[in-house]
Write a protein that binds this ligand. Structure first.
Ligand code: FE2
Length: 171
């Protein structure tokens, strides 16, 4: 294919397993950004939750660090895909700086310390899988963040602020 089809119409394509999909398929989701609140994450950051997949321990969100700051050293046990939307971000362990449009891919076993030096901080879209283990500045284990942590973070805030739980976030 040199170019995708361009007919401006819905095409009823054949599907031999339509019945199976109807019985077992899961509908896709749509989340309007503004519908999901910014939930505080410490004093200088907030998380806009976008998706929770409890079967695969996957969670998606936008992490917003509002001014120059640090998200402490952590270890990934899964894979992370991130896209920088605004501002800039880097890790103390690496020599690159990500700006708007830059793509970040993190793998199980990676350990690093996230920093934004940008006056406006950073907004990072993330699609994260697996546990993240956080440590303090003396290398003492603090806490594991996983899909259950993220769901609790979202739902606790909604309960406290009388915000209805958005079912679209649960894949
Ligand atoms: Fe990370």
């Amino acid at each position: 294919m040199t170019a995708p089809p361009s007919a401006y119409k819905i095409v009823d394509i054949p599907e031999p397993y339509a019945d199976v999909i109807k019985r077992h398929g899961v509908e896709g989701k749509f989340v309007e950004g503004e519908e999901s609140p910014w939930v505080p994450f410490g004093d200088n950051a907030a998380i806009r939750h976008l998706a929770f997949d409890v079967r695969n321990n996957i969670y998606s969100n936008i992490l917003w660090i509002k001014s120059p700051g640090v998200i402490g050293t952590h270890r990934h046990r899964g894979t992370v895909v991130m896209l920088c939307l605004e501002g800039s971000v880097r890790y103390l362990e690496y020599d690159w700086v990500a700006g708007p449009g830059d793509f970040i891919y993190e793998t199980p076993g990676e350990t690093h310390t996230l920093v934004t030096d940008h006056p406006d901080g950073v907004k990072l879209f993330g699609w994260l899988q697996g546990p993240i283990e956080f440590y303090d500045e003396n290398a003492n284990f603090l806490e594991t963040l996983d899909v259950w942590w993220y769901i609790n973070h979202y739902e606790s805030y909604c309960r406290e602020h009388n915000i209805p739980i958005n079912k679209q976030l649960y894949l």
